[in-house]
Design a protein. Structure first.
Length: 241
């Protein structure tokens, strides 16, 4: 399966679509994001993350070289599948989202949030088109990946792909920074400084996902994967990943 050039819609981001995007990706949307640290909990315990700069660097690696890099392309594919009415492309994205998880906890992080997002959206913003596309996941016999289902919802809502991608990656970065603030611990201002430092990496990650070949799908963050594996047997844990 390959993704051809993205035929992005050119209409502007409407106020209604912006409101939906902000609502879906806000901390108040009940996907349980606050319960996942993506291995940061063990990284703090092992002394790999000790302050604001090391936290920002760790999250930047996840966004640009780790799960964020993978999920951005899968988000793009899901968005495009709706735009082109391409069921096979969505099936490919669902399969890749299922297999490109380094650890069971990272798989849970994706599928748990994905299913919660899907269930909440169907209840709060019921839409027959979204219900039809979301129902395809059971046809594929694959978990509902968070990145993929948000991409589907964004496309149906008419949210331009680049705006949607930046919003998704910002939410990922913000959640991981929040986990680090609680774990190190850091002050809230340091957390905001870390998030501000991630603005350029988030924009670059979104641009990269829009323009690179789908064959370039993978990650280069073995230490993040290792901390996730170690977290599975960590004696005291506050987070699910």
């Amino acid at each position: 399966m390959r993704i051809m050039g993205v035929g992005m819609r050119t209409e502007p981001l409407t106020e209604g679509a912006l409101y939906q995007l902000m609502s879906w990706l806000s901390p108040s949307f009940p996907v349980g994001a606050y319960t996942y640290s993506h291995g940061i909990e063990f990284a703090v315990e092992d002394g790999l993350i000790t302050d604001r700069d090391s936290l920002a660097g760790w999250v930047e690696a996840i966004i640009t070289h780790g799960a964020g890099r993978i999920d951005a392309v899968l988000f793009r594919a899901a968005w495009q599948s709706v735009n082109d009415n391409d069921r096979d492309l969505l099936a490919w994205a669902a399969e890749m989202a299922d297999v490109y998880r380094a650890t069971p906890e990272m798989a849970l992080e994706s599928s748990g949030q994905g299913q919660a997002f899907c269930d909440t959206l169907l209840d709060v913003w019921p839409d027959p088109q979204f219900a039809a596309w979301a129902g395809k996941f059971s046809d594929f016999d694959r978990p509902v990946s968070y990145a993929v289902v948000v991409g589907v919802a964004a496309s149906i809502a008419g949210i331009p792909l680049k705006h949607a991608l930046i919003g998704y990656l910002h939410a990922l970065a913000a959640n991981l920074v929040s986990a680090g603030v609680r774990l190190v611990p850091l002050g809230q201002t340091d957390g905001q400084k870390a998030l501000a430092a991630l603005e350029t990496p988030v924009h670059h990650a979104a641009d990269n996902a829009l323009h690179r070949s789908v064959d370039d799908l993978g990650s280069t963050t073995p230490m993040v994967d290792w901390t996730s594996m170690k977290h599975e047997t960590q004696y005291t844990r506050l987070f699910r990943s």
